[in-house]
Design a protein around this ligand. Structure first.
Ligand SMILES: Nc1ncnc2c1ncn2[C@@H]1O[C@H](COP(=O)(O)OP(=O)(O)OP(=O)(O)O)[C@@H](O)[C@H]1O
Ligand SMILES: [Mg+2]
Length: 314
């Protein structure tokens, strides 16, 4: 059975998308055409007068449906979606990002509508709905890089993000749990690239809260030597153990019972994650690599020294 190129869940019959997933993403069950390919994208972006938005290694564009609502166009302002094509250095990155976002959504994490779509050159790109747009209005979104007045996106700690959430969030209880769950999710899915610009606070009306998930990628499949975490936890960013995560939960003031329940919820999610990988739009080789990463992370978190350790004092 095929799987939906948006949510990665099984799909009955013909077609590659659940109509409801397309509707959620574009407001209509039609697949929009993308009249440009990877090689055309820099020119498309420059044509709009926008700055070339290359952050890190990946080119991306802000897009929206054209007035006829049949195809996507690159725009400098008023974009409703972010489009990320496949970078030459990281084959199948759109597919891996789409898969990781789907797995995060399955865990109940806040994930904007997203999917994989063919560009004019046949390559698949990843498209995600902008969470900083509500109708015509643009919401203020500040990354932790800005909030913490950092000078280097890899120089920071998860604890400092936790403190910033405590300082600014309207609903500290919910956001600290959300943050803690994402930290666990990233460890379990081999994501070592959650630097300060991949966490943000969003202002919704008068309420400040953790912005929805973005840029969730199993970077470990491309960079197997990468450290466990882009940011430090308990003063280190590698060889993380369950006790380090338990210490983070305590520092976030998540009570021990709630933290234990979260660890258990993730423990039970392994099978579902591995099934989702099995359905993803990836080569057998990449599926195997991802499966190996997840298996080994689960082993580290739940089997090696799996007795629940007491949290160290934050
Ligand atoms: N769905 C979204 N809605 C609104 N803004 C978004 C969304 N996804 C990403 N962004 C913004 O765009 C920026 C870049 O996005 P993203 O992190 O996905 O790209 P990237 O090129 O993979 O980044 P990097 O390699 O630098 O980590 C983010 O810092 C975030 O502020
Ligand atoms: Mg990023």
């Amino acid at each position: 059975m095929a799987s939906c190129l948006c949510c990665t869940k099984p799909i009955a019959g013909a077609g590659r998308y659940h109509p409801r997933c397309l509707k959620e993403l574009f407001g209509s069950p039609r697949v929009p055409a993308i009249p440009f390919g990877l090689a055309d994208l820099p020119a498309q972006v420059l044509k709009t007068g926008a700055h070339m938005s290359i952050s890190g290694v990946q080119i991306k564009a802000s897009v929206r449906l054209d007035p006829e609502k049949t195809q996507l166009e690159v725009v400098a302002a008023g974009g409703t979606h972010v489009l990320k094509p496949e970078p030459q250095q990281f084959p199948a990155l759109p597919q891996i990002e789409n898969l990781c976002m789907s797995m995060a959504a399955d865990m109940g994490l806040p994930v904007p509508a997203h999917g994989l779509f063919p560009m004019a050159d046949g390559g698949l790109c990843y498209i995600v709905a902008r969470f900083d747009r509500v109708k015509e209005e643009r919401l203020q979104n500040e990354t932790m890089f800005q909030i913490l007045q950092a000078t280097e996106k890899y120089a920071g700690s998860l604890e400092r993000i936790g403190k910033a959430i405590h300082t600014h969030a309207a609903n500290v209880g919910l956001d600290t749990i959300d943050f803690f769950e994402r930290v666990l999710f990233c460890f379990l899915t081999g994501n070592g690239d959650m630097h300060l610009k991949n966490w943000a606070l969003l202002v919704r009306g008068k309420k400040i809260g953790l912005a929805p998930c973005y840029d969730l990628v199993c970077s470990n499949v491309y960079l197997p030597q990468e450290t466990d975490s882009a940011l430090t936890l308990c003063g280190k960013n590698d060889k993380l153990e369950r006790s380090d995560f338990a210490t983070l939960a305590a520092q976030l003031k998540i009570d021990a019972k709630a933290a234990g329940d979260i660890f258990e919820k993730f423990r039970h999610a392994q099978e579902q994650m591995r099934e989702t990988i099995g359905r993803a739009e990836l080569t057998i080789h990449l599926k195997q690599k991802l499966d190996d990463v997840i298996k080994s992370r689960y082993k580290r978190l739940y089997e090696e020294g799996a007795a629940i350790p007491a949290a160290r004092n934050p």
